[in-house]
Design a binder for this molecule. Structure first.
Ligand code: NAI
Length: 348
């Protein structure tokens, strides 16, 4: 299985270590260094089998090549997976992160890491004790802290661009936007939308969390099971991946899908299914680049917050270009985004 996955992959390099004390497979996928050092977060997760972890690392690192390229960053694509038997805490977690940092350091800057699922800015502080090739440490440790608010700002700009494309004006007043998942990103996005005059609907499996956001912003609460089929101008998936599938796409009653969640499409063909229904799908890796833009701008490129904010506004232009290419060429927005990635890579 390892052999098949590696043979079929078009990336540059994979580093694999088995960490005996924690029984953890450490896998770093370096998909591309064409535009700069490969960069992407470290995912900590218990997988049913090691090859599932490898599959995730390969798929996610190639997605980072697309995300970083389309965001106009001087970064390639990479991703790391720590396939743990169970999520470690305390001293065992710290020891694992230090040994993992040694692996990142051994790659000599080919791969630059950051947070992802189940890893935090505090974890990156630990990683930073052994390697310079880390972004997203806490502000106290010299990093730029959490990137979720910047991700939300990027999603907000993307929604404006998609609304402008579909309705002829980027004005959000009176437009209904359903935010599915009001966590670190969705919660901030909700506030930005209300400030811009949108009619907000919110949904979250943690009902108390959704109720609180609904209360603060005077938004409508939508039960999680009803979110997909609720009528709205924009559906913003900000919870989990795989929400747009052969089963769910026929139920949608929105004009636009634009949200932060990674891997929103169940499979590549779902982009065509959305296009056939006349629903404008804003590709997730274009929309949710705000987090990596934040980290790269402030920490790698040494820019200030004003320049970072300009880059975040650039998400609107990038998405606008993607939507225009899709319309002009009669292709799905996913295919248009892939074309933009290919153009940036071949120009490098
Ligand atoms: P989070 O864990 O803080 O928030 C996710 C929220 O979604 C939680 O409140 C959770 O209860 C809710 N949720 C989970 N399943 C749900 C369901 N089926 N229906 C409704 N609500 C559900 O995560 P965060 O950081 O806000 O990220 C949201 C999404 O954006 C994730 O898919 C993440 O991979 C993606 N993303 C996040 C970035 C960041 O900077 N945090 C950057 C790029 C992508």
């Amino acid at each position: 299985m390892f052999e098949d996955l590696l043979r079929d992959w078009d990336g540059e390099e994979v580093a694999v270590r088995f960490d005996t004390p924690s029984e953890t497979w450490m896998i770093v996928g370096v998909h591309s260094t064409r535009l700069g050092p490969s960069c992407g977060g470290t995912r900590m997760k218990a997988y049913p089998a090691p090859h599932e972890a490898l599959r995730d690392a390969l798929r996610l690192s190639s997605a980072m090549t697309s995300k970083n390229a389309v965001a106009g960053l001087p970064l390639g694509g990479g991703k790391a997976v720590l396939a743990v038997p169970e999520i470690p805490r305390g001293e065992a977690r710290r020891a694992l992160l230090l040994r993992y940092a040694d692996l990142v350091e051994a790659l000599g800057g080919t791969y630059v890491t950051a947070c992802d699922m189940n890893t935090s800015a505090q974890d990156m502080d630990v990683v930073g004790e052994r390697t310079r090739h880390v972004l997203g440490r806490t502000v106290e440790a010299g990093g730029s802290g959490t990137s979720a608010p910047s991700t939300a700002v990027g999603v907000f700009h993307a929604i404006r661009a998609a609304v402008a494309h579909v309705f002829g004006s980027e004005d959000l007043s009176g437009r209904s936007v359903l935010v599915q998942g009001v966590g670190a990103v969705g919660g901030v996005l909700a506030g930005l939308l209300v400030e811009a005059g949108a009619r907000l609907l919110v949904s979250d499996v943690i009902q108390a969390r959704a109720a609180e956001v609904a209360d603060v912003h005077g938004a409508e609460f939508v039960a999680p099971a009803r979110a997909i089929a609720t009528e709205c101008d924009v559906l913003a998936p900000c919870a989990t991946g795989g929400v747009l599938t052969e089963e769910t796409i026929p139920m949608l009653r929105c004009r636009i899908v634009a949200g932060a969640a990674n891997n929103q499409l169940g499979e590549a063909g779902d982009a065509e299914r959305l296009a056939e229904r006349g629903i404008v799908y804003a590709p997730d890796f274009v929309v949710n680049a705000g987090g990596i833009i934040h980290l790269a701008s402030l920490e790698l490129l040494g820019e200030d917050e004003t320049r970072r904010d300009e880059r975040l506004r650039g998400v609107a232009e990038t998405l606008g270009e993607c939507l225009r290419i899709a319309e002009a060429e009669g292709i799905s927005t996913g295919a248009a985004a892939d074309r933009m990635v290919a153009a940036r890579l071949s120009a490098a």
